[in-house]
Every structure is written in C-alpha cells, then in structure tokens.
Ligand binder design. Structure first.
Ligand code: MIC
Ligand code: SF4
Length: 644
C-alpha cells in the first residue's frame, strides 16, 4: 500500500510517535516564519528559553500586519523583532517587503520541507509541495530552538480536480467550492491533498490561493504536488536548484475523496459572515456594492494583480465604490510599476495601499456603516473589517474588479472576453529588504531593543487538584479567535502587552467580560462546536489566562486554538455528550473535582454543576506530553522543568 504525499512528507520528518490516526507525532521542522502581530510574543518566548541561535535550516521574521503606525507601539515592536533577528540568527523581512506568506513562497519556500509559522495561513507553502502548518507563537519558538512540532496524525482527504476552469472562473472559486462542500469545520483533523488532471492547469499562485484558504476549512494543512509547473515557478524566482519533485505514490490510499470538475465551476462568493456560506455570484443578484478590496495573502500575486489591471485598464471605478488594492509583495509591486499595470490601476481610480495585510486585519479601509464590501481575502467574520454592521463577501479578484466597475455585485463572465494575461518568464529578484542575521561571532554585541509597551507574558501556575469557578461566559458554535481577541487598528498595537490587550477580550460578544473576570478573579468559559476557529493568535489564550480563566468547556475545538490553550495552561475540555452544553448556564457554579489526579491517571474528568446539582462526564483526550504540559501549568513551565 503506497503513501499519500502528506504521509510521505510526514514520514520523512517524523521524530516521535507512530502514524496511527488520532495519535500524537513529533515532526522535525526545517523552516519557521513569524509575522509581527504574533512575532513579539514568539520572540519573548524564544528569549525565555535561553537558546542563543535558532536551530532550524531557516527562520524568517516578517513585518506585514502592524504597519499602520498610529503610535509608537508597532514601530517599537518592529525594532525589537529586528534586533532579535540580528542576534539570534534569523532573516528579517522589513516593513514594505510584503505579506509573509507571499514573500515566503517567492523567496524561501522549498518543496518537501516542513514549515511552521505563527500565522494560520502558513499552509500557503503547500502550493509548492511544502508541509506547512500554522501554529501558536510558543510552538514556533520551540521549533526555532530545535524542538519538534507536535500534531495529531491527520486523516488525508484527496481532492481530485478534473477538467479545466472556464474563462473568468478563478482558483478562489475552487477553494470556495471546497468550503461549500466541507464547511468551516469539515477539515478539522485532516490534511487536504490536491491532485488529478486539473492540477496541471493551475499555476503556483493559483495553488497557493487554494492551500492558503484551506485554513478556513479548519484543516491541519493542504498540499499540492511539486511538479514541472512548480519547477517553472522556482526557476522564474531564480531558485530552480531548490526544486524537487514531490508526489504521492500511485497506489496511495486516502481516507476520503472529493471530486471537483473545474469546468463546471462558476464564480462564487462567501456571503456574510462565514467563509463557508458560499453562493454563486449570479444567484446573489445585483446588490449594490460600497467597497472592493483586492489583496491579502490569498490573492495578491502578480498573476492576480495583472488580471485586475487588465480588467480596469481604460475604465473608471464606479462613483459609489471605493476600491483598494494592496499588492502582496515588493516583488509584485515593483513588477507592476515596471510593466505599467500599476499606472492602469491608478488611472482607474484604485486606492493603492502598501504591500501588507492592511484591510484584511482591519488595519484601515473599514467600510461605511452597513456597507457591502467585496474582498479577495479569506475571512469575513463579523466585525473583522472594523465596521460592526458591514457585510463582507469573499470573492475572486475578477469578481471584485468587475463589481468595482459596475457598482453592483457582478458575475465577471458578463464582461465579455477575458483579457489575455502574459506572465513574465522571470520575476524581478531583489532581496534588498531582507536583512540577514549578524554572524554568530558578533551576536553577543547585539543589543535587544525593547519599547515600553513590550510587557512579559503572564505567569502561570501548576494545575491544582480541584478547580472551582463560575461560568463567566457562555457562547455558541463557531466562535472565532476574532471574537475572543479582536484585532484591528486600535487593538493590534497592544499585542505585546497582555494586560492591556486583555481589556478587549471577548468584547465583541460581551462588553462586560473583562470587568466580570477581574471582579470574580477566576472563571470558566462554556462554548459550542469549533470553538477558536480562525487565526493562530495565542493572545486568544493568553488574554483569558491573564483574566483568570481556568478551563474552557465546549462541544469541540479548532486545532491551533486548543494547542494554544494547552500551551498557556488553560484546561481545554469537551462535553462527553454535546447536549450537556444545555445543562450549564451563565453564572452556574462549577467544580472539576480531583482534576489533577484524574488527568495524571488518565481517568475521565467530571464536571459538577453545583447550581443544578448535576454531574456531567467530560471527554478530554490528551497525549502524555499534553498532560504533562497541563500539569505543569503551560509549555513554558514544562520546558523549564524539563531543562532543570
Ligand atoms: C489573521 O488572518 O487572522 C491573522 C491576523 O493573520 C492571524 C494572526 C494574528 O492574529 O496575528 C492568523 O491568521 O493566524
Ligand atoms: Fe495577513 Fe490577512 Fe493573510 Fe492574516 S489572512 S496573514 S491578516 S493577509
């Protein structure tokens, strides 16, 4: 029996555990990346580990999220990260060089290598056959220190792509179709592997759009084979020597197979407020559009930008629409400038932004009240745009550009003939915005530059024998990390200051939550299914930790968030019977009796609801390693104990 591509990549990096589905394995990590919104914490954690130089083959720190510098905080964080890179052996991608996933694909990704990044869209690297995972900052810090990255052995889903896309239908429509089929929780515990005849018609940027947005399926990661098309991309990036063919065995066995005939796909849109709320653009109808935003790590490649420029050329953006465009990297930006496409975008009236995450993370360009915003991004969670009542739709660059011209939701196929896009034979290569680390011999002299907003992470303590606390929040299904720890221009500058950012924890669901926690001193959160979906931000665990949250009891968790809770030393528990969710209410007084001994012995953890007098069994499956981390009160304590 042969292996799938994902299984082959796992096996070639396996450090511990066996490949039984559901069990925990440790992987050797070749490369890491961080971005600035999660990076400061990751580097504070790395510093706390006391490892002088990173032990990976390559580690890169990108500055792309917190680039709206409305106060000193973000610039201080950038300076801190730059000094850490210089001292500890990392490459530093300066602000202005582009979005981490786009730049990493262009300049550093290598087929067959493992990559973890403190950003949930790190699986973008799967577009060139990497095994790439989004992870919490602490997990990235451990990997930088040479430690393994632990995952649960996933099931492998094969997405068999047949046929070819019709004109005006894009890679974005493929991943939206996968989201329509699988939903935002359909990928949990799975790796999505793409293959079939249809793959041959997809370029690397198109593949990367698909693997990028696999994060929205809740999948561990997504991967495409590395083939001649990958080789061509690497050659055009001047990196053909890094290329290697990667493919599944012909007799590979998959846990699940999904077939998609590309030739039948139509332009699609994810409607408010979830990436899996997918409808065909032609079914949505000609609703009035207020804003279109083109860019983000999903759709900001040169290919995407050239398509948009060709659609806008010689035309003017509709008077009632604001169109913003953020190219994904300096390479893309520079090439658009050199070949004249940038002039076409400017002439049409697009608002050109710097190459960064920008509006995708609520850093500017919030829509008008109740506005309809069409975005080529990957998340349309309520409020993420910065306007609480905005209606955000996720669409392809073609659909966004077409609608920007007409002022209404427009199926791009109505525009007539597709303009021909000619991709250059080679990309413009200049790594002048990537600063290499100082030589090891000079590292001692490098001073770490810390701004006043950079505060240490909260202290944790070992798990007590019993937890007794009240329910301080009860939420429903599909709670995102944007609910737990919102981002945006106002809050993101506080990413290095847990006490300050905690004031915003859960305020989109319940404004009183932080104050209630402070008054009570400790508490428990009750949640529904897929709790913690979305980003990798460990702040969604560190802020509750700071506020005294001892346990989160839900129907089910999203992968990265549960790992972050464990790393922070907060008990992530699930109801053995999902309907027991209804048996616990806000303000109920709960006890987890003998929780420490039960966890230690691998016995079932039980929940006593003192308010109703009921006892509820909980389901919680932890590996030996996770158990030890929880007992120690989090990964940092655990690592310190191990190093004693
Ligand atoms: C996101 O898209 O939500 C982010 C911002 O990139 C996050 C990381 C963060 O919160 O800093 C992610 O996807 O992991
Ligand atoms: Fe940046 Fe948006 Fe991509 Fe997150 S999803 S990395 S905020 S562009």
């Amino acid at each position: 029996m042969g292996y799938t591509l994902a299984q082959k990549l796992i096996r070639s990096h396996l450090l511990s555990g066996d490949m039984t589905p559901g069990s925990e394995i440790g992987l050797r990590i070749d490369q890491t990346l961080t971005q600035d919104a999660t990076g400061t914490m990751a580097y504070l954690e790395f510093e706390a580990m006391g490892v002088p130089r990173v032990k990976t083959e390559l580690s890169v720190a990108y500055i792309d999220h917190n680039t709206l510098q409305t106060g000193f905080e973000n610039a201080d964080d950038h300076r801190y990260i730059q000094s850490v890179c210089k001292k500890h052996g990392l490459y530093f991608s300066r602000p202005g060089n582009g979005i981490c996933h786009q730049v990493h694909l262009e300049r550093f990704g290598i087929p067959g290598k493992t990559l973890i990044g403190s950003d949930s869209h790190t699986p973008t690297g799967g577009g060139i056959g990497m095994l790439a995972f989004g992870a919490g900052g602490l997990d990235v810090a451990v990997a930088m220190g040479g430690g393994p990255y632990y995952i649960t052995v996933p099931k492998i889903v094969f997405v068999n792509l047949k046929g070819r896309l019709q004109p005006w239908v894009a890679a974005k429509d493929i991943i939206l179709e996968v989201l329509r089929i699988m939903s935002v929780k359909g990928g949990v515990g799975k790796i999505i592997e793409y293959g079939g005849e249809g793959v041959k018609s997809l370029s690397v940027p198109e593949r990367a759009t698909i693997t990028n947005m696999g994060a929205e399926l809740g999948a561990s990661t997504s991967v495409f084979p590395s083939d001649e098309i990958t080789r061509e991309f690497m050659r055009a990036q001047g990196r053909e020597s890094d290329w290697a063919a990667r493919s599944p065995d012909p007799d590979a066995v998959y846990d699940e197979v999904i077939e998609i005939d590309l030739s039948t796909l139509r332009p699609l849109a994810a409607c408010p407020h979830s990436p899996d709320n997918v409808k065909a653009v032609e079914e949505i109808g000609e609703i009035k559009v207020d804003q279109c935003c083109i860019g983000s790590c999903t759709n900001s490649s040169l290919f995407d930008m050239l398509k948009v420029a060709a659609i806008l050329k010689g035309k003017t953006v509709h008077p009632d629409v604001s169109l913003s465009i953020a190219p994904g990297s300096k390479q893309v930006y520079n090439m658009l400038a050199e070949n004249g496409a940038l002039a076409d975008l400017i002439a049409a009236g697009a608002r050109i932004l710097e190459c960064a995450c920008g509006p995708c993370i609520g850093m500017g360009q919030s829509p008008n009240s109740g506005g309809v915003s069409l975005r080529t991004f990957n998340r349309n969670f309520e409020g993420r745009s910065g306007t609480a009542d905005a209606k955000v739709y996720l669409v392809s660059p073609e659909t966004a550009a077409a609608s920007a011209l007409t002022g209404v939701f427009t199926d791009p196929r109505t525009l007539g003939d597709l303009p021909e896009i000619k991709m250059p034979d080679s990309f413009l290569i200049s790594d002048n915005m990537i600063i290499p680390p100082a030589p090891e011999s000079e590292a001692d002299q490098v001073e770490i530059l810390r701004g006043p907003n950079i505060k240490p992470f909260p202290a944790t303590s070992a798990l007590p024998e019993e937890i007794a606390a009240k329910v301080l929040l009860k939420v429903g299904d599909n709670i995102t990390t944007d609910h737990i720890m919102p981002a945006g221009a106002k809050i993101l500058p506080l990413r290095s200051n847990i006490p300050a950012i905690s004031e915003y924890c859960f305020v989109r669901c319940d404004e009183e939550f932080p104050a209630r926690c402070k008054a009570e001193g400790k508490g428990i959160i009750i949640g529904g299914a897929n709790y913690g979906q979305g980003s990798s931000r460990e702040h969604a665990a560190l802020a509750p930790l700071y506020l005294g949250i001892k346990a989160v009891i839900v129907k089910s968790f999203a992968r990265i968030h549960v790992a972050n809770l464990i790393n922070a030393g907060i008990l992530p528990l699930t109801f053995a019977d999902e309907s027991d969710y209804d048996r616990v209410s806000m303000w109920d007084s709960l006890t987890l009796p003998e929780v420490r001994s039960r966890l230690e012995k691998g016995e079932q953890i039980i929940l006593k609801n003192n308010t109703t007098g009921e006892t509820l069994p909980l389901g919680a499956r932890f590996s030996q390693r996770q158990t030890e981390i929880l007992l120690a009160g989090g990964l940092l304590n655990y690592t310190r104990e191990q190093n004693k």
